[in-house]
Write a protein that binds this ligand. Structure first.
Ligand code: 4AD
Ligand code: MG
Length: 477
């Protein structure tokens, strides 16, 4: 007999019939009630065991974490807390979980402890909810683009170009580090390396995506990216997933429209599909916030916050306007910021971004037209000769969630910029070809997937929304 997923049993599939369920024991109460979970939903199914029908020896082996299979009749439940339950007739234990040794017990564990047990933390309700939501968001990302005429494009993970300048890179090599080949000048001879040159893990698929947008029109990447920045914060990972749409003929305004519509649709879909998990995470957040002073608690619950983003326009503000607001705001004047904003041209730190979003506008903000000097070489120069057509989207509690721009499509202007920034144009020959042959206006952006998952789950540390986080000094598992 085939087993049925618990989510379907709870929905009434097989009611009054014989059913089979398989999963892991959450709790075993009074040697009679097993709360069983198989990961298909946050909700457990109650399995009622008649003490007389089973040898005490067998029941003694059932503890939190054990994998079992039960067979019995699915009936309406008389107890509170569930609609249906299984009256168990047959019981099989696949694997025990010794309570003296198994770390995940039905009690409160710290997030730090769970990170150290990242291979088992997925068995908690919290991580089950987070990772189901993560999976749904990923699906919603593909769904949105696929239904809007975009083609999924896979950028290379190992790259020979390091000109994006988005961050420090991880070197990829097959050279023997204890016996490096040397040139006559005594330098490491990368011609001897696997690819005959230096290679790195990609920091972004954008440059390659641009080449595809120049033929397929609308493309998007969704893949892992790597940054060797030594930033040990709750918002940074060394390995994270990025979504990068790139669209031919889109202006910066189109780009902002796309980003806003995309984010709203993804959140809306996930709200519909993950109701139970989000409700659970909402309660978790509420509990967590109880330990904070009133002033630091959020005004909205998790689901209210998500609905707010879906239902309200993002505020669009130029960098220049934002600098005026920041220069004159209280924390700047009272020197409460770590970095005081004095003049136009300053790079915004996350404290400034969060002030704008959380204190000033109280909604998601799109900042645009940044100073050319603090942005990447490929962004389109404005008429003023000072600012570029860049945009960042800032989210409450997160800060920057999206970075994007209209691209500089004019060959000469781009070449000038590359020279000024001291970038090796030879390395970028293939990228420059897009400007030589059939160049056209185009725009795109990158959304940090984990930052969106962080926002949607109400978690506070990015290490808790990716299965096995990679951060400085940590690559366990
Ligand atoms: O702003 P970034 O560096 O932009 C780019 O890489 C462009 N090439 C994107 C494009 O236009 N196609 O990164 C984009 C987003 C950020 O807004 C942030 O959400 C996320 O990627 N991000 C990180 N997420 C987690 N850990 C890190 N270390 C991140 N660095 C960036
Ligand atoms: Mg950025």
């Amino acid at each position: 007999m085939k087993h049925t997923k618990i989510i379907d049993l709870l929905g009434g599939k097989g009611l009054l019939h014989e059913v089979k369920a398989k999963g892991w024991v959450k709790t075993f109460r009074n040697s009679q009630f097993i709360a069983l979970n198989d990961g298909s939903t946050i909700n457990n199914i109650q399995c009622v065991v008649d003490l007389d029908k089973f040898p005490a020896e067998q029941l003694k082996r059932i503890h939190t974490g054990a994998a079992i299979s039960v067979r019995g009749t699915l009936v309406e439940s008389r107890g509170a807390g569930q609609n249906v339950e299984i009256q168990v007739e047959k019981l099989k234990i696949y694997g025990e979980a010794n309570p003296e040794e198994y770390p995940i017990q039905p009690k409160k564990h710290s997030l730090e402890f769970l990170r150290e047990n990242a291979h088992l933390r997925i068995r908690t309700n919290m991580f089950g909810a987070i990772m189901r939501v993560r999976s749904t968001i990923a699906y919603a990302v593909h769904k949105y683009f696929q239904e809007n005429g975009f083609f999924y494009f896979n950028a290379p993970i190992i790259t020979g170009s390091d000109a994006e300048g988005a961050g420090e890179m991880f070197r990829v090599t097959s050279l023997d580090l204890n016996n490096l080949p040397r040139t006559e000048q005594g330098e490491i001879d990368y011609k001897e390396d696997f690819f005959g040159k230096t290679t790195n893990l990609t920091v972004s698929g954008q440059l390659e995506a641009e080449t595809y947008a120049m033929a397929l029109g609308s493309v998007y990447t969704f893949g892992p990216t790597f940054r060797a920045e030594n930033s040990n914060t709750s918002r940074h990972l060394a390995e994270f997933w990025m979504i990068e749409p790139e669209v031919a003929f889109n202006t910066l305004d189109d780009n902002m429209d796309l980003a806003e519509d995309f984010i709203k649709n993804v959140i809306k879909y996930t709200l519909e599909k993950c109701e139970d998990d989000l409700k659970f995470l909402e309660k978790r957040l509420l509990e967590e916030e109880k330990s904070k002073p009133q002033a630091e608690r959020s005004e909205m619950s998790l689901i209210e916050k998500l609905r707010f983003v879906v239902e309200n326009n993002f505020k669009r503000v130029s960098y220049t306007e934002a600098i005026d607001i920041l220069r004159n705001c209280k924390p700047n004047k009272n020197k409460k910021f770590n970095y005081i904003i004095n003049e136009w041209g300053a790079d915004l730190q996350s404290e400034h971004e969060r002030y704008l979003v959380e204190k000033h506008f109280k909604c998601p903000v799109i900042l645009f037209d940044y100073p050319a000097d603090i942005k990447a070489f490929y962004m389109r120069m404005n008429e003023d000769g000072k600012t570029v057509r860049a945009m960042d989207i800032l989210f409450p509690g997160i800060g920057e969630i999206v970075g994007g721009s209209e691209r500089e499509e004019r060959y000469d202007v781009l070449m000038d910029k590359i020279a000024k920034m001291g970038i090796d144009a030879k390395e970028l020959w293939w990228y420059l070809d897009t400007r030589k042959f059939g160049t056209a206006p185009h725009s795109g952006f990158g959304l940090g997937f984990e930052r969106l998952v962080l926002f949607m789950t109400g978690m506070t540390n990015i290490r808790d929304v990716i299965p096995f986080p990679r951060t400085p000094q940590n690559a366990e598992f």
